[in-house]
Design a protein around this ligand. Structure first.
Ligand SMILES: [Cu+2]
Length: 422
């Protein structure tokens, strides 16, 4: 109802203005004056309106800053975040100076140099000095901004130290999973073909390979028995035959992966990443200790996502097929944020997805808890009781005969493995 009333007022207002314009038109015709003639009084009026607009414009700007200034993010809770903020503030200063200067000139001149019969406009076709000034000054300012930005970017993206806490953030539509390296301090290798209900990250161990092969066996057997024992339309039968073929191909590749794993372990010994998956910690909780460097490895299962922790001023894309990294040193714990900064007991740091990745993108988030070293160690000790697999089992032969198709076997073994870089 209220909306209808507002609409009515707007429409009536427009009609009233149209009518007023019409009245003006008719009166000027009565006074024998051409409508397009502009008097010096009109010009003066327009000039003053320019100034009035300028004042209103800057007043509105000041009001926006006053009313919405506190909607900005609170103080940065990471070491590099302080620097990022300084850089942003430096940009703000330049932007606001340029904004005020150019707009004051625009409106003051428009109001001051209104039309006058006593003077003619000065026409200046070209001026080298002016061209130089307005090219060199912005170029120099931009160069300073870019050099400063590159400088901090290089610091943020430099490799993390050997003592850094390692966490993998795994993105998929539409949630995050964290993985910690467990007691051995090394994240194990992964392969997407092993992903299933109990292995959401596709961690490669002898056991997880066997488990997945068994699972595929069961699926093949089930589909096969349906194919032979059920009457169905030809289209459906073709579809299911194809499905069995696909499952067999996947199986062949997983067997190939096992060979890759065994060779890699034989070749590299302790350095092989295939040895370290069993004790990895796969969790829906994301914890970081304060004032300790954290090395974050980011992977995606499906589409491009982006790991964004606004309060720590951290962001990095999650790209399927590669591992991206970022590092950070948190400087404020969740507790201090609650009591001192936000004055809100329900506050949590949050890891968001910052790439529009599908229908539930808006809700793709995971809270981050930053704690002191003692609490972090206690939490980690708790997590270590729930490793991905315990104890690690030795590689075992497949439990069921498997048809290896010739096309899959022809693929070189090394192309089959996907290993998380260290
Ligand atoms: Cu996403």
């Amino acid at each position: 109802m209220m909306k209808l009333l507002i609409l009515l007022v707007v429409v009536l207002g427009a009609v009233a203005i149209a009518q007023l314009a019409r009245v003006y038109e008719l009166t000027s015709r009565l006074r024998n004056k051409r409508e397009e003639d502009i008097s010096p009084a009109d010009n003066r009026m327009n000039g003053r309106l320019m100034w009035a607009f300028m004042v209103a414009y800057f007043a509105f700007f000041a009001w926006l800053v006053y009313a919405y200034g506190d909607k900005m993010l609170p103080v940065a809770a990471s070491e590099h975040g302080m620097e990022t903020d300084e850089l942003l503030n430096f940009n703000w200063v330049i932007l606001i100076l340029a904004f005020v200067l150019t707009n004051v000139l625009l409106f003051v001149f428009a109001g001051k140099y209104i039309h006058s019969t006593e003077r003619r406009a000065f026409w200046q076709p070209h001026n080298n000095r002016l061209e130089l000034v307005w090219t060199v000054i912005p170029a120099a300012v931009l160069a300073v901004i870019i050099i400063m930005g590159l400088n901090s970017w290089n610091k943020i993206t430099a490799p993390a130290g050997p003592d850094a806490v390692q966490v993998e953030l795994y993105a998929k539509q539409f949630d995050w999973t964290a993985r910690y390296p467990g007691a051995d301090g090394v994240l194990g290798a992964t392969d997407f073909r092993l992903i299933n209900g109990t292995n959401p990250l596709g961690i490669v161990t002898a056991e997880s390979i066997t488990q997945r092969l068994d699972e595929l066996d069961a699926q093949i057997a089930e589909t096969d028995s349906l194919l032979w024992n059920t009457i169905m339309a030809d289209g459906k039968r073709d579809e299911m035959t194809e499905q069995v073929e696909r499952l067999r191909r996947t199986q062949a590749r997983i067997i190939n992966l096992r060979t890759v794993m065994e060779l890699d372990i034989k070749e590299k010994g302790e350095a092989s990443q295939y040895l370290y998956g069993a004790d990895d910690i796969v969790t829906k909780e994301f914890y970081l200790p304060i004032r300790k460097e954290a090395k974050i490895l980011i992977r995606s299962r499906d589409v491009i996502h982006s790991a964004y922790i606004p309060h720590l001023r951290s962001q990095m894309n999650a790209v399927p097929g590669i591992t991206t990294t970022m590092k950070m040193v948190p400087t404020i714990t969740t507790d201090s944020m609650r009591t001192h900064v936000m004055k809100d007991e329900s506050f949590d740091f949050v890891l968001l997805c910052n790439k529009i990745c599908g229908a539930s993108h808006y809700n793709m988030q995971m809270p981050l808890t930053v704690t002191n070293a003692t609490d972090y160690d206690a939490w980690m000790a708790e997590q270590m009781k729930k490793p991905f697999q315990a104890p690690p089992a030795a590689p075992t032969p497949p439990t069921a005969p498997v048809v290896v198709d010739s096309t899959a076997a022809a693929v070189p073994a090394t192309a089959q493995a996907s290993v998380v870089p260290n």
